[in-house]
Design a protein around this ligand. Structure first.
Ligand code: ADP
Ligand code: MG
Length: 443
């Protein structure tokens, strides 16, 4: 134990410490209050060389000016190892669902230990992970090791879709599922835990929670904590990881709150100047290497349904594919409420999905595009004025939109309709049939 110094000032979660030792605790090291060792501070920067600026991680009220601060010169250590599977942890690696001491003997890793992304690694496999969800497997197939987003405003079905995907792919052999709750309702975490338990998926899942009831410091960290834990399993246990985040926008938001607390001037759209690096630091950890892959699915909240929000744009740019959920589709009763035209994947190429699939996507997108413009024309002159060809395409698009509706396993209790799983083979066959039928009927 080393005495670091004394508290100089406290401003919300930000605590300045006058350090009295020559060898300063490094950035990201963890400090304690001498009287209350459960009070944790993380060093975030140095001012005037000897003032350590820290975040009060535990949001504790025991702090006071002059209080003695100590350290063990350690980072933030969290338990890892097989025994954590099936359990729920907070941002500090403390177990939420079992006794505190259950993981005392577990191997530990430091959340903030220097991590260098493996720059040399190239995605070698184009292995597709089937979700059984028609609209996803067709427009935005999951490719192992890649990053997929589910983006939409409040209440359009991001969480339901995320949970359904976990349900459908969570039992893949030699895979481990991570779920990270960031800044969403605590209740949703409980519900997910119960769903996974019911569906017997807990024994291949690890959960980390930093929900909206937690302070900004904990919310800003939970993604990093979970990512560190996942990398342990990837590198030490050679596991492939499926990494779910609900919701990555809240990661940006929590860091923004911290930035405000530190007194940084906001940049574009009121976001923190460090938004890009806050995101990058997390995204970089979710990469693949020769030990194993990390495939991530991240839900993205869109404030005020505005797709041009700077944080949403930044997040989207770091993803390989985005599934866009829309309020107008939701309101028209189509579920999942996917906006088929906004939804976009850089992974749709002949090389990855094959020529048949690739051609079908282009055909379907062209028809849907035409449908959008025909809708405008119909609103003005009425459907009867359309040419026969246009009318055929219009109906074809409607058939396709209808086809992509699908009931979910995880909402069976909610609406009574049984969940459906559709293999990609069946999916492509059905889509081709719809396209062909119209050609033989109409023209
Ligand atoms: N695919 C779906 N099938 C059935 N109900 C859905 C579906 N998507 C959303 N809902 C309904 O809408 C509600 C809000 O969805 P949710 O996933 O919580 O939204 P978000 O996470 O985008 O805020 C759900 O509680 C559910 O009642
Ligand atoms: Mg949600």
């Amino acid at each position: 134990m080393i005495i670091v110094g004394n508290i100089q000032s406290i401003d919300g979660l930000i605590v300045n410490i006058i350090t009295t030792i020559v060898e300063k605790p490094p950035i990201n090291s963890i400090l304690f209050m001498d009287e209350f060792p459960e009070v944790l501070l993380r060093v975030i920067s140095y001012e005037d060389k000897y003032i350590a600026k820290c975040i009060n991680l535990t949001g504790s009220h025991e702090l006071y000016k002059g209080a003695k601060i100590i350290t063990e010169n350690k980072g933030l250590n969290i338990p890892v190892g097989e025994e954590i599977i099936g359990h729920v942890f907070d941002s500090l690696g403390r177990s939420i669902d079992s006794e505190d001491n259950k993981f005392n003997k577990s191997e530990q890793v430091d959340v903030f230990s220097e991590i260098k992304p493996d720059k040399k690694y190239r995605h070698q496999s184009n292995e597709i992970v089937e979700t059984g969800i028609k609209v996803i497997d067709f427009f935005t197939p999951f490719v192992k090791g890649r990053k997929i987003g589910i983006i939409g405003g409040a209440g359009v079905g991001k969480t339901v879709l995320t949970t359904e995907i976990m349900h459908n792919i969570g039992n893949k052999k030699d895979h481990l599922t991570y779920f990270v709750g960031i800044g969403e309702r605590m209740r949703e975490g409980h519900e997910l835990f119960n769903t996974l338990n019911e569906k017997k998926l807990l024994d291949s899942t690890v959960m980390y929670m930093g929900q909206m009831n937690e302070n900004a410091a904990l919310r800003s960290m939970v993604g990093l904590t979970a990512a560190r834990s996942a990398r342990y399993f990837r590198d030490e246990k050679k596991k492939n990881i499926l990494f779910f985040i609900d919701n990555i926008y809240r990661h940006v938001q929590a860091n923004n709150e911290l930035s405000n607390m530190i007194g940084e001037l906001p940049a574009e759209g009121g976001y923190q100047p460090s938004m890009y690096s806050d995101l990058k630091k997390l995204m970089e950890q979710l990469d693949s290497n020769d030990n194993g892959s990390i495939t991530t699915v991240q839900s993205v909240f869109i404030p005020s349904d505005d797709l041009s929000d700077p944080a949403v744009v930044e997040i989207s740019q770091q993803l390989d594919a985005v599934i866009v959920l829309s309020r107008s589709v939701f309101e028209s009763g189509i579920l999942p409420a996917v906006d088929l035209l906004q939804t976009n994947s850089s992974l749709i190429s002949e090389e990855i999905v094959g020529k048949v699939h690739y051609d079908l996507v282009n055909q379907v997108k062209a028809i849907l595009q035409k449908y959008e413009s025909l809708k405008g024309i119909i609103a003005v002159i009425g459907e009867s004025e359309l040419s026969q060809d246009d009318r055929a395409d219009y109906h074809l698009a409607q058939k396709l939109i209808e086809y992509f509706k699908q009931s979910m396993f995880v909402t069976e209790d909610l609406n009574g309709s049984p969940g459906q799983y559709v293999t990609t083979e069946e999916n492509l066959k059905s889509i081709k049939e719809i396209l062909d039928s119209e050609i033989t009927n109409g023209r």
